[in-house]
Design a protein around this ligand. Structure first.
Ligand code: PMP
Length: 417
């Protein structure tokens, strides 16, 4: 009998029967509160009626019209709608299927546009699992080990991870900017550096908001040195942090913005946005793909953007995020194993440490597993695997946040005893 490969790492034993909003019903008949959202994907909640209707309708019109062969209405509509939310100047968009593909596409674009080879990424970043994306990823050796040689021309610079260094944020930012300048001086010269790539909130690397002054420092250096500034908004984008884009908590704007996950509430699509001027520096035909911008996924993305706007989901993420953060902060006070509580909007996390202040992956795993018995689904993350991340749908209600925090507390009581 064929079985799923053991290469997959299963976070829960749950088999889904159906789902709606923030809730999943398993084939075991149990009803789980879902604070994983398929790793930040089902932004409008599971099976939002407007997303379902748009996808159903599209399936009956045309499913696939490969977009360098035939254009279709959902793609044109999505492009127009993205124009309403993208930062000024990013007026040119193309599509792929996944975050990793969008990362690869942004790297190819930056190299072609600058004629330079090197990419600087930041320690703890997660950008995907394909070769180029894995080369830029340093959120854990499991994403890299046994997979070498990875893509050349990648250099990693420190991320201002204030908590881990035991510093205040400003000191961490000063350190990381100085180290970046040193890297440009000693390892990857400006003339060799095509791009910086960073997440507005480190996702799989530990739900660490990137300090605004760090993003602004990258923007300033990108301008000064003609380096392309790529923001990977794959996980933090489309309202999740309480602003439409995660980088909007700072004054920095990107040259290239990539988005995926929450964009289509669960349908696979990613978008790469830049100025027409930058896009024009790569030759036509250098990007594309069979399925990118699929008609059903594009229709679901259009519906998602409409729902996000009509239901005020960015504002909901902000308000519910404050409630979630204060609930987690209370738990942080109660349990000594919590070293740090942090996040932005509905990207919140608890970092667990031992009495000696060392990363405690066992504690994070125990809480995540104990949560399943409370009918609550959570995920872990972080370079040491010692962070529990809380990722509700943007439609989450105040009552669901209360209930979720109560269940996290119950899971901590069991998991940490
Ligand atoms: N970038 C970021 C910030 C991500 O969080 C992820 C997925 N966790 C990716 C890229 C890769 O996306 P995908 O899994 O769709 O290839």
């Amino acid at each position: 009998m064929t079985a799923l490969s053991p290469i997959l790492q299963q976070a829960t034993p749950v088999i889904v029967d159906h789902a709606s909003g923030s809730w999943i019903v398993g084939t075991d008949g149990r009803r789980y509160l879902d604070f994983t959202t398929g790793i930040g994907v089902t932004s409008t909640g599971h099976c939002h009626p407007r997303v379902v209707a748009a996808a159903r309708e599209q399936v009956g019109s045309i499913i696939h019209a490969q977009y360098t062969t035939l254009l279709h209405r959902p793609l044109l509509e999505l492009t127009e709608k993205l124009g309403e939310v993208l930062p000024d100047g990013l007026d040119s968009v193309f599509y792929a299927n996944s975050g990793s593909e969008a990362v690869e596409a942004s790297i190819r674009l930056a190299r072609m546009a600058t004629g330079r080879p090197n990419i600087i990424a930041f320690h703890g970043g997660f950008h995907g699992r394909t070769v180029a994306a894995a080369s830029l990823t340093s959120a854990g050796t499991k994403f890299r080990s046994g997979f070498s040689p990875l893509m050349g021309g990648v250099h990693l610079a420190p991320f201002p991870y204030a908590y881990r260094y035991g510093w205040d944020v400003e000191t961490a930012v000063d350190f990381a900017l100085r180290e970046l300048d040193y890297l440009l001086q000693t390892v990857s010269s400006v003339a060799d550096t095509a791009a910086f790539i960073i997440e507005p909130v480190l996702g799989d690397g530990g739900y660490l908001p990137t300090p605004p002054r760090f993003l602004e420092g990258l923007r300033e250096r990108a301008d000064r040195h003609g380096i392309v500034f790529i923001l990977d908004e794959v996980q933090a984008g489309v309202g999740r942090t309480g602003k439409f884009w995660g980088h909007q908590h700072s004054a920095a704007t990107p040259d290239v913005l990539i988005t995926a996950k929450g964009l289509a509430s669960g349908f696979p699509i990613s978008a790469i946005a830049a100025s027409t001027e930058l896009m024009s520096k790569a030759w036509p035909g250098s990007q594309g793909g069979t399925y990118g911008g699929n008609a059903v996924a594009a229709a679901a993305a259009v519906a998602t953007l409409d729902v996000v706007r009509d239901e005020g989901l960015v504002e909901n993420a902000r308000i519910r995020g404050v409630e979630l953060a204060s609930g987690l902060a209370r738990l942080g006070q109660e349990f000594g194993q919590v070293g740090d509580v942090r996040g932005l909007g509905l990207m919140q996390a608890l970092e667990f440490t031992t009495d000696a202040g060392e990363p405690d992956a066992d504690a994070a795993r125990a809480v995540q597993q104990a949560a399943i018995d409370q009918d609550l689904l959570l995920l872990t993350c972080g370079g040491y695997g010692n962070v529990v991340r809380v990722v509700p749908a943007l439609t989450v209600t105040a009552d669901e946040i209360d209930e979720g925090v109560r269940r996290i507390g119950a899971a901590m009581k069991v998991g940490l005893s």
